[in-house]
Design a protein around this ligand. Structure first.
Ligand code: MN
Length: 334
Protein backbone atom coordinates (compact mmCIF):
# COMPACT_ATOMS: atom_id res chain seq x y z
CA UNK A 1 0.00 0.00 0.00
CA UNK A 2 2.28 2.84 -1.18
CA UNK A 3 0.19 5.99 -0.52
CA UNK A 4 2.76 8.29 1.10
CA UNK A 5 4.84 6.93 3.89
CA UNK A 6 7.51 8.05 6.37
CA UNK A 7 9.22 6.82 9.52
CA UNK A 8 6.75 7.83 12.28
CA UNK A 9 9.64 8.30 14.72
CA UNK A 10 10.79 11.34 12.73
CA UNK A 11 7.37 13.06 12.68
CA UNK A 12 5.52 15.49 14.97
CA UNK A 13 3.44 13.59 17.55
CA UNK A 14 -0.26 13.81 18.29
CA UNK A 15 -1.12 14.82 21.85
CA UNK A 16 -1.94 12.03 24.28
CA UNK A 17 -5.55 12.50 25.49
CA UNK A 18 -5.72 14.14 28.91
CA UNK A 19 -7.71 12.66 31.78
CA UNK A 20 -10.68 14.98 31.39
CA UNK A 21 -11.21 14.18 27.70
CA UNK A 22 -14.07 11.93 26.67
CA UNK A 23 -13.50 8.94 24.43
CA UNK A 24 -16.05 8.61 21.65
CA UNK A 25 -18.13 5.43 22.08
CA UNK A 26 -18.79 3.07 19.15
CA UNK A 27 -22.37 3.59 17.87
CA UNK A 28 -22.40 1.07 15.03
CA UNK A 29 -20.21 -1.22 12.94
CA UNK A 30 -21.49 -2.14 9.46
CA UNK A 31 -19.97 -4.24 6.67
CA UNK A 32 -19.75 -2.76 3.18
CA UNK A 33 -21.40 -4.85 0.45
CA UNK A 34 -19.45 -5.29 -2.77
CA UNK A 35 -20.62 -4.06 -6.17
CA UNK A 36 -19.44 -2.60 -9.45
CA UNK A 37 -19.13 1.04 -10.54
CA UNK A 38 -18.71 2.82 -13.89
CA UNK A 39 -17.70 0.42 -16.66
CA UNK A 40 -17.42 -2.42 -14.16
CA UNK A 41 -14.66 -1.85 -11.60
CA UNK A 42 -15.12 -3.56 -8.22
CA UNK A 43 -16.08 -1.40 -5.24
CA UNK A 44 -17.12 -1.75 -1.62
CA UNK A 45 -20.07 0.53 -0.75
CA UNK A 46 -18.59 1.80 2.51
CA UNK A 47 -21.67 3.61 3.82
CA UNK A 48 -24.39 1.06 2.95
CA UNK A 49 -26.09 0.02 6.18
CA UNK A 50 -25.19 3.08 8.26
CA UNK A 51 -27.85 5.67 9.22
CA UNK A 52 -27.71 8.68 6.85
CA UNK A 53 -28.00 11.09 9.82
CA UNK A 54 -24.80 9.57 11.26
CA UNK A 55 -22.96 10.10 7.94
CA UNK A 56 -23.94 13.78 7.41
CA UNK A 57 -22.18 15.77 5.78
CA UNK A 58 -21.04 12.74 3.75
CA UNK A 59 -23.47 11.02 1.41
CA UNK A 60 -21.53 8.21 -0.28
CA UNK A 61 -18.16 6.46 -0.23
CA UNK A 62 -16.74 3.69 -2.41
CA UNK A 63 -13.54 1.77 -1.77
CA UNK A 64 -12.34 1.15 -5.35
CA UNK A 65 -10.52 -2.19 -5.38
CA UNK A 66 -8.15 -3.21 -4.03
CA UNK A 67 -7.85 -5.18 -7.27
CA UNK A 68 -4.94 -6.64 -9.25
CA UNK A 69 -5.89 -6.25 -12.91
CA UNK A 70 -4.67 -8.40 -15.79
CA UNK A 71 -3.59 -6.59 -19.00
CA UNK A 72 -6.65 -5.09 -20.75
CA UNK A 73 -8.84 -5.27 -17.64
CA UNK A 74 -8.56 -1.86 -15.93
CA UNK A 75 -11.80 0.11 -16.05
CA UNK A 76 -13.12 3.52 -15.04
CA UNK A 77 -16.21 5.62 -15.66
CA UNK A 78 -17.40 7.14 -18.95
CA UNK A 79 -18.31 10.86 -19.11
CA UNK A 80 -21.10 11.62 -16.61
CA UNK A 81 -22.59 14.65 -14.80
CA UNK A 82 -22.75 15.80 -11.16
CA UNK A 83 -24.54 18.59 -9.30
CA UNK A 84 -24.94 19.65 -5.68
CA UNK A 85 -21.91 18.18 -3.87
CA UNK A 86 -18.13 17.62 -3.95
CA UNK A 87 -16.22 14.46 -4.87
CA UNK A 88 -12.91 13.53 -3.24
CA UNK A 89 -10.85 10.83 -4.98
CA UNK A 90 -7.89 9.46 -3.01
CA UNK A 91 -5.65 7.04 -4.93
CA UNK A 92 -3.64 4.69 -2.72
CA UNK A 93 -2.25 2.39 -5.46
CA UNK A 94 -2.44 2.83 -9.21
CA UNK A 95 -3.50 5.73 -11.42
CA UNK A 96 -6.70 7.38 -12.59
CA UNK A 97 -6.72 9.95 -15.38
CA UNK A 98 -9.35 12.62 -14.93
CA UNK A 99 -10.84 15.35 -17.09
CA UNK A 100 -13.83 17.62 -16.61
CA UNK A 101 -15.90 20.05 -18.65
CA UNK A 102 -14.42 23.08 -16.86
CA UNK A 103 -10.82 22.45 -17.90
CA UNK A 104 -9.80 20.54 -14.78
CA UNK A 105 -7.91 17.28 -15.05
CA UNK A 106 -4.71 15.34 -14.62
CA UNK A 107 -3.36 12.11 -13.21
CA UNK A 108 -4.23 10.98 -9.70
CA UNK A 109 -1.66 8.47 -8.52
CA UNK A 110 -0.12 6.77 -5.44
CA UNK A 111 -1.21 8.94 -2.52
CA UNK A 112 -2.62 11.88 -4.49
CA UNK A 113 -6.08 13.32 -3.94
CA UNK A 114 -8.36 15.04 -6.41
CA UNK A 115 -11.06 17.31 -5.14
CA UNK A 116 -13.90 18.35 -7.42
CA UNK A 117 -16.63 20.74 -6.42
CA UNK A 118 -19.44 19.90 -8.82
CA UNK A 119 -21.57 22.78 -7.52
CA UNK A 120 -24.14 23.84 -10.11
CA UNK A 121 -22.90 21.32 -12.64
CA UNK A 122 -20.01 19.54 -14.26
CA UNK A 123 -19.30 16.62 -16.60
CA UNK A 124 -16.27 14.44 -16.00
CA UNK A 125 -14.53 11.17 -16.77
CA UNK A 126 -12.29 9.04 -14.54
CA UNK A 127 -10.41 6.35 -16.40
CA UNK A 128 -7.17 4.36 -16.14
CA UNK A 129 -4.52 5.79 -18.50
CA UNK A 130 -3.78 3.79 -21.67
CA UNK A 131 -0.47 2.38 -20.29
CA UNK A 132 -2.23 0.98 -17.23
CA UNK A 133 -5.00 -0.55 -19.35
CA UNK A 134 -2.30 -2.22 -21.49
CA UNK A 135 -0.17 -3.41 -18.56
CA UNK A 136 -2.78 -4.18 -15.91
CA UNK A 137 -1.69 -3.75 -12.31
CA UNK A 138 -2.74 -2.85 -8.81
CA UNK A 139 -5.59 -0.38 -8.34
CA UNK A 140 -6.86 0.86 -4.98
CA UNK A 141 -8.55 4.11 -4.02
CA UNK A 142 -11.42 5.88 -2.35
CA UNK A 143 -14.14 8.10 -3.72
CA UNK A 144 -16.02 10.15 -1.15
CA UNK A 145 -19.00 12.42 -1.76
CA UNK A 146 -19.23 15.47 0.54
CA UNK A 147 -22.58 17.20 0.54
CA UNK A 148 -23.02 20.93 0.00
CA UNK A 149 -25.49 22.97 2.04
CA UNK A 150 -28.44 24.52 0.18
CA UNK A 151 -26.67 27.91 -0.02
CA UNK A 152 -23.66 26.36 -1.84
CA UNK A 153 -25.28 23.74 -4.09
CA UNK A 154 -25.21 26.03 -7.13
CA UNK A 155 -21.73 27.40 -6.49
CA UNK A 156 -19.21 27.57 -9.37
CA UNK A 157 -17.40 24.26 -10.10
CA UNK A 158 -13.83 24.00 -8.80
CA UNK A 159 -10.98 21.53 -9.17
CA UNK A 160 -8.03 20.87 -6.81
CA UNK A 161 -5.26 18.37 -7.34
CA UNK A 162 -3.29 17.50 -4.21
CA UNK A 163 -0.09 15.54 -4.72
CA UNK A 164 0.63 12.78 -2.23
CA UNK A 165 3.75 14.62 -1.12
CA UNK A 166 1.55 17.50 0.05
CA UNK A 167 -0.28 15.59 2.80
CA UNK A 168 0.55 16.47 6.39
CA UNK A 169 2.25 13.60 8.23
CA UNK A 170 2.07 13.10 11.99
CA UNK A 171 2.58 10.14 14.33
CA UNK A 172 0.71 8.80 17.33
CA UNK A 173 2.19 9.72 20.71
CA UNK A 174 4.33 6.53 20.87
CA UNK A 175 5.18 6.45 17.14
CA UNK A 176 3.18 3.25 16.49
CA UNK A 177 0.85 4.85 13.96
CA UNK A 178 1.40 7.10 10.94
CA UNK A 179 -1.42 9.56 10.22
CA UNK A 180 -1.69 11.27 6.83
CA UNK A 181 -3.91 14.35 7.14
CA UNK A 182 -5.44 14.90 3.70
CA UNK A 183 -7.92 17.64 4.58
CA UNK A 184 -8.98 19.72 7.53
CA UNK A 185 -7.40 19.88 10.96
CA UNK A 186 -6.50 17.09 13.39
CA UNK A 187 -5.09 18.14 16.79
CA UNK A 188 -3.83 21.45 15.36
CA UNK A 189 -2.18 19.87 12.27
CA UNK A 190 -3.78 20.99 8.99
CA UNK A 191 -3.97 18.99 5.77
CA UNK A 192 -3.92 20.57 2.28
CA UNK A 193 -7.50 19.85 1.11
CA UNK A 194 -10.35 22.28 1.66
CA UNK A 195 -14.06 21.91 1.13
CA UNK A 196 -17.02 24.27 1.42
CA UNK A 197 -18.33 22.02 4.18
CA UNK A 198 -15.79 21.79 7.04
CA UNK A 199 -14.39 18.25 7.24
CA UNK A 200 -11.29 16.36 8.34
CA UNK A 201 -9.98 13.38 6.39
CA UNK A 202 -6.99 11.23 7.34
CA UNK A 203 -5.46 7.88 6.36
CA UNK A 204 -3.77 6.09 9.28
CA UNK A 205 -1.44 3.11 9.22
CA UNK A 206 -1.39 1.43 12.64
CA UNK A 207 1.49 -1.02 13.23
CA UNK A 208 0.61 -4.54 14.49
CA UNK A 209 -0.19 -4.33 18.22
CA UNK A 210 -0.12 -0.51 18.26
CA UNK A 211 -2.88 1.79 19.51
CA UNK A 212 -3.87 5.12 17.98
CA UNK A 213 -5.57 7.69 20.26
CA UNK A 214 -6.79 10.26 17.80
CA UNK A 215 -7.98 13.68 19.00
CA UNK A 216 -11.05 14.61 16.96
CA UNK A 217 -13.01 17.86 16.60
CA UNK A 218 -15.95 17.48 18.98
CA UNK A 219 -18.37 19.33 16.65
CA UNK A 220 -17.66 16.85 13.80
CA UNK A 221 -19.09 13.39 13.39
CA UNK A 222 -16.47 10.60 13.44
CA UNK A 223 -16.28 7.63 11.05
CA UNK A 224 -13.56 5.02 10.66
CA UNK A 225 -13.45 2.81 7.57
CA UNK A 226 -11.11 -0.19 7.53
CA UNK A 227 -9.20 -0.26 4.22
CA UNK A 228 -7.20 -3.35 5.19
CA UNK A 229 -6.28 -5.43 8.21
CA UNK A 230 -7.88 -6.28 11.53
CA UNK A 231 -8.10 -4.52 14.87
CA UNK A 232 -10.39 -3.28 17.62
CA UNK A 233 -12.11 0.07 18.19
CA UNK A 234 -13.45 1.89 21.24
CA UNK A 235 -13.04 1.20 24.95
CA UNK A 236 -14.91 -2.12 24.65
CA UNK A 237 -12.42 -3.34 22.03
CA UNK A 238 -14.99 -4.13 19.34
CA UNK A 239 -13.36 -6.21 16.56
CA UNK A 240 -13.25 -4.75 13.03
CA UNK A 241 -11.87 -5.94 9.71
CA UNK A 242 -11.40 -4.87 6.08
CA UNK A 243 -14.52 -3.31 4.58
CA UNK A 244 -16.18 -2.30 7.86
CA UNK A 245 -17.39 1.18 8.82
CA UNK A 246 -17.43 2.35 12.43
CA UNK A 247 -19.69 5.24 13.49
CA UNK A 248 -18.56 6.86 16.73
CA UNK A 249 -20.75 8.84 19.14
CA UNK A 250 -19.94 12.17 20.81
CA UNK A 251 -16.61 12.90 22.50
CA UNK A 252 -13.15 14.29 21.99
CA UNK A 253 -10.93 11.43 20.83
CA UNK A 254 -11.25 7.99 19.33
CA UNK A 255 -9.27 4.82 19.85
CA UNK A 256 -8.18 2.39 17.12
CA UNK A 257 -5.87 -0.58 17.83
CA UNK A 258 -4.27 -3.00 15.38
CA UNK A 259 -4.27 -6.71 16.12
CA UNK A 260 -0.76 -8.06 16.84
CA UNK A 261 -1.01 -10.51 13.94
CA UNK A 262 -1.97 -9.17 10.51
CA UNK A 263 -2.34 -10.71 7.08
CA UNK A 264 1.04 -10.92 5.29
CA UNK A 265 -0.30 -8.97 2.26
CA UNK A 266 -1.34 -6.04 4.45
CA UNK A 267 1.10 -5.99 7.36
CA UNK A 268 -0.59 -3.09 9.21
CA UNK A 269 -4.11 -1.94 9.99
CA UNK A 270 -5.04 0.70 7.40
CA UNK A 271 -7.96 2.99 8.22
CA UNK A 272 -9.56 6.07 6.78
CA UNK A 273 -10.81 8.47 9.46
CA UNK A 274 -13.30 11.12 8.44
CA UNK A 275 -15.74 13.55 9.96
CA UNK A 276 -17.37 16.88 9.29
CA UNK A 277 -19.87 19.49 10.36
CA UNK A 278 -23.33 17.97 9.83
CA UNK A 279 -25.50 20.01 7.42
CA UNK A 280 -28.87 18.84 8.80
CA UNK A 281 -30.89 19.60 5.67
CA UNK A 282 -33.17 17.27 3.69
CA UNK A 283 -31.23 15.17 1.14
CA UNK A 284 -32.77 14.22 -2.21
CA UNK A 285 -30.44 12.05 -4.27
CA UNK A 286 -30.84 10.54 -7.69
CA UNK A 287 -27.76 8.93 -9.23
CA UNK A 288 -25.13 11.65 -9.75
CA UNK A 289 -27.24 14.51 -8.32
CA UNK A 290 -27.55 15.38 -4.61
CA UNK A 291 -30.07 18.15 -3.90
CA UNK A 292 -32.54 19.16 -1.17
CA UNK A 293 -35.82 18.45 -2.98
CA UNK A 294 -37.27 16.18 -5.65
CA UNK A 295 -38.13 19.22 -7.79
CA UNK A 296 -34.44 20.19 -7.77
CA UNK A 297 -33.52 16.67 -8.97
CA UNK A 298 -35.95 16.97 -11.89
CA UNK A 299 -34.45 20.38 -12.69
CA UNK A 300 -30.94 18.86 -12.58
CA UNK A 301 -31.93 16.16 -15.08
CA UNK A 302 -33.56 18.70 -17.39
CA UNK A 303 -30.49 20.92 -17.16
CA UNK A 304 -28.20 17.96 -17.91
CA UNK A 305 -30.26 16.95 -20.95
CA UNK A 306 -30.21 20.55 -22.21
CA UNK A 307 -26.39 20.68 -21.90
CA UNK A 308 -26.50 23.21 -19.05
CA UNK A 309 -24.24 21.09 -16.80
CA UNK A 310 -21.48 21.32 -19.39
CA UNK A 311 -20.44 19.66 -22.62
CA UNK A 312 -17.71 17.12 -23.42
CA UNK A 313 -14.73 19.12 -24.71
CA UNK A 314 -13.30 18.59 -28.20
CA UNK A 315 -10.59 15.93 -28.26
CA UNK A 316 -11.72 14.74 -24.83
CA UNK A 317 -10.11 11.93 -22.88
CA UNK A 318 -11.97 8.68 -23.59
CA UNK A 319 -11.69 5.18 -22.08
CA UNK A 320 -8.76 3.32 -23.64
CA UNK A 321 -9.49 0.03 -25.39
CA UNK A 322 -6.60 -2.38 -26.05
CA UNK A 323 -5.78 -2.60 -29.76
CA UNK A 324 -7.75 0.52 -30.72
CA UNK A 325 -6.01 3.43 -32.45
CA UNK A 326 -7.06 7.02 -32.99
CA UNK A 327 -8.04 6.13 -36.57
CA UNK A 328 -10.79 3.90 -35.17
CA UNK A 329 -12.55 6.98 -33.76
CA UNK A 330 -14.01 7.39 -30.28
CA UNK A 331 -14.30 4.09 -28.37
CA UNK A 332 -17.82 4.78 -27.13
CA UNK A 333 -20.68 6.97 -28.25
CA UNK A 334 -21.67 9.51 -25.64
MN1 MN B 1 -18.13 11.08 -10.99
Amino acid sequence: MPAITADPLTLPRLARPSLGQTERPVKSVTTAPTGFEGEGFPVRRAFAGARPADLDPFVHMDQMGEVEYSPGEPKGTPWHPHRGFETVTYMIDGTFAHQDSHGGGGLITDGATQWMTAGRGILHIETPPAELVESGGLFHGIQLWVNLPRKDKMTAPRYQNLEGSGVTLVASDDGGALVRIIAGEVDGHTGPGSTHTPIALAHATVAPGARLDLPWNRSFNALVYVLAGTGVVGSKAQPVHTGQLVVFGAGEHLVISADPNQDSRTPSLEVLVLGGQPIREPVAQYGPFVMNTRAELIQAMEDFQAGRLGVIPDGALMPHVVGRTAADGPPISV
